[in-house]
Design a protein around this ligand. Structure first.
Ligand code: AMP
Length: 218
């Protein structure tokens, strides 16, 4: 089964997907993380992606779909997968459906619903670990030791696309496409909605319960 976790930039998809993957043993596949790994490795794909990412735009579909297809072909993605950050537009929804049409694997979507007015503060306050990818927030999820990753001790950084100007562009460029994706899953009867505001642990419980209700559990 494939669980698509939908949400605006800053909705908390990464944090929640990581927790749900840990609780269910599913693979957590995040296109943003895959792009950042390609950029860190200095690959051609990474160079192509970085100009779009730094402008707050979506990376072109042919690049993104090729990358995610290769990832989903790996053995750890053969059973349960949580997709975080994909699909992000109608063409990607169609590509995902087409890829699994003959396999009989169910695709369900859950929208992590967060009002637009709070996304900017969530994104600009985010800090991430450059080594293990763990995500923090200066106010809502601070590390135990200031500016250090709880898991591996590395110095935390601000993602380049979390700079205020890029955050504004990301929200402007990406919210309409997210809405289109949400409506496609709603129209095909595959959408659940979980409120994404509140304590991280409460959201985690709501998400786990909703995921279990559609058959996605440990
Ligand atoms: P994220 O970590 O999910 O916020 O993704 C960071 C950036 O990577 C996004 O702002 C986009 O520029 C790019 N990106 C991630 N996923 C996709 C996708 N499915 N399609 C196109 N671009 C993407």
């Amino acid at each position: 089964m494939i669980l698509v976790l939908l949400g605006a930039p800053g909705a908390g998809k990464g944090t929640q997907a990581e927790a749900l993957a840990a609780a269910t043993g599913a693979a957590h596949v995040a296109t943003g993380d895959l792009f950042r790994a390609e950029i860190a490795a200095g690959s051609e794909l990474g160079r192509t992606a970085s100009s779009f990412i730094d402008a707050g735009k979506l990376v072109p579909d042919e690049v993104t779909i090729g990358m995610i297809s290769a990832r989903l072909a790996k053995p750890d993605a053969a059973q349960r997968v949580i997709l975080d950050g994909f699909p992000r537009n109608p063409a990607q929804v169609a590509a995902l459906d087409a890829a699994f049409a003959s396999s009989g694997r169910t695709i369900s979507a859950i929208l992590l619903n967060v009002d637009v007015s709070i996304l900017t503060a969530r994104l600009t306050g985010r800090r991430v670990c450059p080594d293990c990818g763990r995500s923090y927030h200066v106010a809502h999820r601070p590390p135990t030791v200031a500016d250090r990753c709880d898991a591996c001790g590395a110095a935390l950084i601000t993602r380049s696309d979390d700079a205020p100007a890029t955050v504004a562009a990301r929200l402007e460029n990406q919210l309409a496409a997210l809405n289109d994706v949400v409506e496609l899953y709603r129209a095909s009867g595959r959408l659940q909605v979980v409120e994404g505001v509140g304590e991280i642990s409460e959201i985690q419980s709501r998400l786990a319960a909703t995921a279990a209700a559609v058959g996605f559990s440990a």
